[in-house]
Ligand binder design. Structure first.
Ligand code: URA
Length: 208
């Protein structure tokens, strides 16, 4: 069974409080989401492999460690885009793939309209970012698409999730560890997370 990590950290809690507030403007919302993603990336990447190299400091030669793994960041469009920069700042060598999904209003299932992956997706550690883990259907579809393209090591990163979304991912993809900044109470009748932070895409891009 996959590991579920819900961050319990004063800085992340403080920044979550800012993005949950309905009065936070688009600029502050976007910047704060990016900062939370950076803070989360620090812990999410704890198990990345390193290799030893020889480095000459101003004093003498020594052995230092550098990243030995490719990392690919994959946002699910469009809200996932808000978390990319914060992670990319910490791992500037990471490549970025994109998955576009929309909800088919008849089947209520996510359908894919866009996929672009770097060729390294097969051997890389893939960080799938989708801020709101509500029903879990879009993250589940995103993981399935990544696996169809040969990804073997996938980590899911979201801001806020509920038990239902976690259960969807764990039952379909028990090999994918889950990292959330917070776990909330429930979904409302429209599928929004309660108390949540509203529609993350609209709040990031000012579309409402
Ligand atoms: N997507 C959002 O943007 N917000 C929610 O609360 C649930 C899904």
């Amino acid at each position: 069974m996959s590991k579920v990590t819900v961050f319990n950290h004063p800085l992340i809690d403080h920044k979550l409080s800012i993005i949950r507030c309905a009065n936070t403007n688009t600029k502050d919302f976007r910047e704060t989401v990016s900062e939370i993603a950076s803070l989360m990336a620090y812990e999410v990447t704890r198990d990345l492999k390193t290799k030893e190299i020889e480095t000459v400091t101003p004093i003498q030669p020594t052995i230092t460690k550098t990243l030995a793994e490719e990392v690919v960041i994959v946002p699910i469009l469009r809200a996932g885009l808000g978390m990319v920069d914060g992670i990319h700042k910490l791992i500037p060598t990471a490549k970025i793939g994109h998955i576009g999904l929309f909800r088919n209003e008849e089947t209520l299932k996510p359908e894919c309209y866009f996929i672009k992956m770097p060729p390294t997706v097969k051997e890389a550690t893939v960080l799938l970012v989708d801020p709101m883990l509500a029903t879990g259907n879009s993250a589940e579809a995103g993981i399935r698409i990544l696996k169809e393209r040969g990804a073997k090591k996938i980590i899911y990163i979201g801001l806020v999730g509920v038990d239902e979304g976690i259960a969807t991912l764990q039952s379909n993809h028990p090999d994918v560890d889950i990292f959330l900044a917070a776990k909330d109470e429930r979904l409302n009748e429209k599928g929004y997370i309660v108390p949540g932070l509203g529609d993350c895409g609209d709040r990031l891009f000012g579309t409402k």
